[in-house]
Design a protein around this ligand. Structure first.
Ligand code: SAH
Ligand code: SF4
Length: 358
């Protein structure tokens, strides 16, 4: 089976021509896929029924995701979906909405997509890391998550404004499918989102960061640093190399030089682990004068022992970086109460959904 959502517009055209159809059929399909969100080929009514049948006979299909469960936060701004992929594998995706700045504007609607089922990196503070690795997701499955939310939004006359690759899994460990998904989502004849409205977050696979900078994409890059020295980083990120801190900072510099896009360093702040004044000063020294931006993410609770620091500690940590001239923000917490925040996504404990339902 070939999912129509897998094909880039040029590939769609090739396929159409091979089937002896006029080129404009490709645009009819693309329009339907990215504006009408059909669940099956039979729903693409713009196409003659005989051609729809041919597509099915030739093994094409729309492998749409099936929504198994939906949780919405009390303020209505965060929605977490449990989606079943074609082979019934469950994954989680999140929509975060931010009220419009202008009175009659649209809200900012950011989709946080998963790129792998589980994750092999095993970060000690991350629920996905703790469930282990199951499989890579296909580009069409990554795109499918965005399409699912796009349909929900379009019913409310809203649309997707941003996509962050910060859900389950390590996007750069599933490199080619992640890049294909970005191409599909940003192609002017595909989903058509601006490249600058996409951010990839990575635990820091150096060779893949360098490769990404050669892709001629204007996507944003966030590198999960979490510690100013290798000893601490290796404890938090067991798969980190012996000199990963320096290597990541250098890779970030190269990415900026090549793409002109500033890199954000993400820093999950954990009580009593990486939140002391001494560590803040060490981090400040490390990042001073390199023009990067630090995004502090006060730890979101998962099943483990690790805790979030107090609000005062977070402010103090931020102040030390700020006073050293480092551009620094604290991530607005969204969706914690529905376990939809950073690092809280996991799908191996499905009984929790049943409990939520009862
Ligand atoms: N694998 C990628 C992207 C997914 S995780 C990465 O690690 O960057 C997205 C972000 O959430 C990362 O910065 C990650 O460090 C952070 N994160 C993971 N677990 C967290 C937790 N329990 N609390 C806060 N942030 C967490
Ligand atoms: Fe994987 Fe990112 Fe979680 Fe680490 S933080 S286990 S890399 S998803």
């Amino acid at each position: 089976m070939t999912d129509l959502y897998r094909l880039l517009p040029e590939e769609m055209e090739e396929m159409i021509i091979e089937l002896g159809q006029p080129r404009y059929r490709a645009d009819q399909i693309l329009y339907a896929l990215y504006y009408k969100f059909p669940k099956s080929i039979s729903e693409i009514k713009q196409l003659p029924s005989i051609f729809r049948e041919t597509l099915v006979e030739k093994g094409f299909a729309i492998g749409s995701t099936k929504e198994v469960h939906r949780v919405v936060s009390k303020d209505g701004e965060t929605t977490k979906l449990l989606l079943n992929l074609q082979d019934e594998t469950p994954v989680e995706s999140v929509l975060m909405q931010y009220p419009p700045k202008k009175m009659f504007g649209h809200p900012r609607s950011t989709i946080c997509v998963s790129t792998q089922v589980g994750c092999a990196m095993g970060c000690v503070f991350c629920a996905t890391g703790q469930m282990g690795f199951e499989r890579n997701m296909k580009a069409e499955e990554i795109v499918g998550q965005v399409i699912h939310f796009a349909k929900i939004l379009s019913d409310k006359k809203q649309h997707v404004t941003n996509i962050v690759f910060m859900g389950m899994g390590e996007p750069l460990a599933n490199y080619s499918e992640t890049i294909r998904a970005i191409q599909l989502l940003t192609h002017p004849r595909g989903f058509g989102l601006g490249q600058r409205n996409i951010t990839i977050s990575t635990i820091g696979i150096i060779s893949a960061i360098d490769k990404l900078s050669e892709e001629n994409l204007q996507v944003g890059l966030a590198i999960s640093l979490h510690a100013p020295n290798d000893k601490l980083r290796q404890w938090l990120v067991p798969t980190a190399g012996k000199e990963s801190v320096k290597e990541l900072i250098d890779a970030g510099k190269r990415f900026f030089l090549k793409t002109g896009r500033r890199v954000t360093f993400e820093y999950a702040l954990i009580k009593g682990v990486n939140d002391s004044i001494k560590i803040a000063e060490e981090l400040a020294l490390l990042l001073r004068n390199n023009g990067s931006h630090v995004n502090i993410i006060p730890l979101n609770p998962t099943a483990g022992e690790l805790k979030r620091p107090s609000r005062n500690n977070v402010i103090e940590f931020e102040r030390i970086l700020y006073n050293s001239g480092i551009n620094c923000t604290v991530r607005v917490e969204k969706g914690t109460e529905i376990s939809a925040a950073c690092g809280q996504l996991r799908t191996d404990v499905l009984s929790k959904y049943n409990n939520e339902r009862n």
